[in-house]
Design a protein around this ligand. Sequence first.
Ligand SMILES: *Cc1c(COP(=O)(O)O)cnc(C)c1O
Length: 404
Amino acid sequence: MIDVTKIRKDFPILKREVNGKPLVYLDNAATSQTPQQVIDVIVDYYQNYNANIHRGVHALSQEATDKYEVARQKIQKHFNAKNSYEIIFTSGTTHSINIVANGFTTLLEKGDEILVSAMEHHSNIVPWQMLAERTGAVLKVIPMNLEGELKMDVYAELLSNKTKLVFCNHISNALGTINPIEIIIDKAHAVGAAVLIDGAQAAPHVKADMQKLDVDFYTASAHKMCGPTGEGMLYGKEEWLNKLPPYQGGGEMIAEVTFEKTTYADLPHKFEAGTPNICGGIAFGAALDYMNAIGFEAIAAYEHELLEYATQELLKIEGLKIYGTAKNKTSVISFKIEGLHPYDIGSILDKLGVAVRTGHHCAQPIMDFYKIPGTVRASFSFYNTMDEVDALVAAVVRAKGMLE
Ligand SMILES: *Cc1c(COP(=O)(O)O)cnc(C)c1O
């Protein structure tokens, strides 16, 4: 069980006011808030042992290196990767995906096929389009139904021995749909294709097990799970990471450099050129500690209650339609009110202290599919309350009254 009153005390930002009203933060799918426990780790780093890692013989450098590598092991353990060197520190999911998309440039041939789902974030579309352009590979789309669920029968038909890669998000940031990634991965493997699962939106809600899923690549962003921005991870199976060429050249990622030839460092350093976000990596580890102490099962159960209650209450508003009604979904509600522009609703909600996202949520193809310009999106985290759901609903009713 979640003790939300106690949890909220960990988040200093939740005490602030916006436009003279208590902040109701419901933009968690864009970025989560940061608990004091993680803020303390960030401050401790800069106050006490800020140093570059892996190079210095001096005490601070060794301390920073140790803590950074301990954080990598925490991430390994959390995602149950077989080896810690299969966890690559990145600046976030976008960076993680680009490492893989770039790496496959030399592994694809003209006419190879890559499949992407219809409900992807732009960061899981554009890098693959660029890859297709570079290689002559063909990008095909796994369609979805009106509820916002992937058409798995069409997916099965699209797969063939030409399919080399499949990309799909674990959970859609725009609709909240939890995709059946176990089946997606198994079916892709049956035709010899590799699978990348974009876990940016899933990692804050469910604990994904890399070995059990047998997934080839998985990504996460720290800032969506109580950690800092500019930090994330790429999980890759050892054999794939060994096959992929490095993404960036620079310091840290080399074994030996001469002007004739450079040899690359072993994993994970091959993909970690330059000075990384050291503090960010350590804080990412602290964020996982924080969330695991609460427990992912408790988090998921509580967020589900918030979702059910908010769905029920919002649907009482006349003319309100929810986009993304999959049976299996997380605490994201995308909605539109007939005749009203999402942006106008969002602006009034802000005046009332309620922070939501409006627009296409970096998933324009989804909005095109529904033939709408965008939605208002309220996304809930384990530190939100039922009272905040009531505040959202009251604010939407008020906005509707003002705009009609
Ligand atoms: C947020 C998000 C991304 C992008 O993550 P960044 O941290 O901005 O790189 C990609 N995919 C999904 C599903 C997301 O929710």
